[in-house]
Structure formats: C-alpha cells, structure tokens
Design a protein around this ligand. Structure first.
Ligand SMILES: Nc1ncnc2c1ncn2[C@@H]1O[C@H](COP(=O)(O)OP(=O)(O)O)[C@@H](O)[C@H]1O
Ligand SMILES: [Mg+2]
Length: 321
C-alpha cells in the first residue's frame, strides 16, 4: 500500500513484460510521478517506452509487477483507473473521414458522457487546441500539427487527471513541435499531471521537471532534469602517472581528483574546462602523466545512441565543447 498522504499520480513497482516471442521488453521498472508533475520517459527506440505506456493504459498485459494511478491498482480496478487517465498514442488513430467535432463527441459518448455535455466540452477543447474553426472539416484535410493537437483534445474530453503521451512529437517538424509544447504546458499549468515519452533530450529539457531514462527495459537514471544535465556536463578521465602518487594530491579548482591506485588518477571536470590546466597543476606537484583515457559514461553513451550527437549536454546547455 502507498502510505503517502497524497498518493502518487503514478506508481510503478518492479514491472516486467515478456512478450510471447520471448522479448523481455521491461526488466523490473519502478518509478513514481508526483501529482502536477511534467514527467519525461526518455529512451532510444526499442527501450520499452511504448510497452510501459501500454501497460499503464491497459492495452498491454503485464507479466509481473504493480501499477497504481492515484492509488488505484490498474489490474484490480481497471475501469476506475482508466477514468483517471487520458492517452495519446504514438500513431494517429482517429477516423480521417470524420469531423473533429464528431470525433470528440463520439469519444466522450464511449466514456458515458451525455451528449449535451460532450458538445460543450468538445467546443472548449477544440477552442483551446486552436481547432474550433476546423470543427466541421474532414479530419483528413488537417495539417500534421492539427492532427496531433486533435489527438490531445480528444484525450482531454474525459478531463483526465493524468495525461500520457507516447512520442507526441516524433516525426513532426520543429515548428509544430514548439506549438505542441505550448499546448502541453498549458494543460499541465491547469493542473493535469503529464507523462510523455520521447527520444529527444531537447524536448524533455524544455518541458519536464522530472524524468526517467529507460534503456533495454531498465531505468538507468531518474530524478530532476537539472541534475541529469549537470551529470552530462561532467567529463571523466583516468590518468596513468609515472611515479607513485604522493599522499596529498594537489587541489585543482573546478576539477575533482582522486587516486584509484598508486599510479592512477581519476579526474572529473566540467566539459568546458581546459585539460591543460589539469596537466599543468599536476606537473607543478611533481605528478607526470604518462597516458590518459576517457572514463566511459553510461549516460553519455546512451545519448549518443539516442541522438547521434556526441556532445548532447554541450549542445543542450550552450556550454563550449
Ligand atoms: N507486440 C510485441 N511483440 C513482441 N515484441 C514486442 C512487441 N512490442 C514491442 N516489442 C519489443 O519490445 C521491445 C520494446 O519495444 P517498445 O516498448 O515499443 O519500445 P519503444 O517504445 O521504447 O521504442 C523492443 O525490442 C520491441 O521489438
Ligand atoms: Mg514507442
């Protein structure tokens, strides 16, 4: 049981999913999302993001573990949990030959919302999605960005407390993406908890307060966006030195220096810092570096795979490479 006074908007415990073909898509995922949060699940293709969202929204059966939405167990009380959730799936899945107004009203009907009420809500949602002037057009004729906003408006028809979006901006251009960010910020500001999946660090950075990074079915990192960026901005080296290290190592402002063994130093320093300053300071202390190598950084490797960008943190924060 969740002991907290205010239950988490989402609580996932040791969630596992093995598909029938033997693929282990989730290998024990745990996470908590606080009410009101804007939370990103960041991960490369195949990481398990859609599987996780599919389980939370009851479209995919879990193999093991527990999921609670505002303290309602999605397995034990499926329909109660579903009423708290709004889902925007990865693919456009409305009928292209229906009009936006009808799509929203019919969706609400499916959730038992009376027609008169549904029409009132649909107008409000279409207006706030800037689609009211398209309410009677064939949906097929809407632009890509409008179709995406229609998906969000539809999910909002049930007034969900938790809105979940699976890669809402994948494959859309930057202009449309920015517009959608505005829409999502507004929804979050009005009190709806939002979780989205993305493989864009930039998107998570712009929108989210907290995040989890998922890779190969496991959470490899989680916490506030700020601390993640700080971690990515640090570079680590291992230095092999000629003579045995002295007992006291020199202080190098900005850098963290530790002895690993008598002949190896571990140095962490901001990406923007000049490595020569470190060498000079060590030299002055009689420590001569024979060779050096980069410490492998799990996070960094992950971002390289996600974005193909070798210095994602530097690009994201504007720091010098
Ligand atoms: N219905 C399915 N049957 C078998 N394997 C699947 C199915 N759906 C996804 N997978 C596999 O599970 C893993 C995670 O996929 P997915 O959750 O879609 O990741 P993501 O959304 O992060 O790209 C991948 O290896 C994928 O091939
Ligand atoms: Mg996916």
């Amino acid at each position: 049981m969740n002991q907290a006074v205010t239950p988490a908007a989402l609580s996932v415990r040791d969630l596992r999913k093995t598909y029938d073909n033997g693929v282990e898509a989730l290998k024990g995922v745990s996470l908590d999302v606080v009410p009101g949060d804007f939370y990103a699940l960041l991960g490369p293709n195949g990481a398990g993001k859609s599987t996780l969202i599919g389980i939370i929204s009851s479209l995919v059966n879990k193999t093991a573990g527990e999921v609670r939405v505002f303290d309602v167990d999605i397995h034990a009380e499926r329909s109660r949990a579903m009423r708290l959730l709004g889902l925007v799936p990865q693919e456009l899945n409305f009928n292209m030959f229906e009009k936006p107004l009808d799509i929203l009203v019919n969706y609400a009907g499916f959730y038992g919302i009376p027609r008169a009420e549904a029409i009132v809500r649909a107008e409000a949602e279409l207006r706030s999605a800037q689609l009211w002037d398209k309410a009677q057009m064939m949906s097929r004729t809407l632009s890509g960005g409008m179709k995406r906003r229609l998906m969000i408006a539809r999910a909002m028809m049930t007034r969900p407390r938790l809105l979940i979006l699976d890669e809402p901006t994948a494959g859309v251009d930057i202009e449309i993406r920015r517009g959608m960010w505005q829409t999502l910020r507004r929804i979050n500001a009005s009190g709806t908890t939002i979780i989205l999946t993305t493989h864009y660090l930039e998107e998570a950075e712009n929108l989210c307060r907290n995040l989890a990074i998922i890779d190969h079915g496991r959470i490899v990192e989680s916490g506030p966006m700020r601390s993640l960026l700080a971690k990515l901005d640090v570079e680590g080296f291992l230095l092999d030195v000629e003579d045995a290290l002295p007992d006291t190592l020199p202080e190098i402002p900005g850098a963290e220096v530790r002895a690993v063994d008598a002949h190896t130093l571990d140095v962490d320093m901001p990406r923007a810092m000049d490595l020569n300053r470190v060498f000079a300071a060590l030299d002055a202390a009689g420590i001569h570096v024979r060779s050096m190598r980069n410490k492998s950084n799990r996070l960094e490797e992950l971002f390289v795979r996600m974005t193909g960008d070798a210095t994602p943190a530097a690009a994201a924060t504007g720091a010098a490479a």
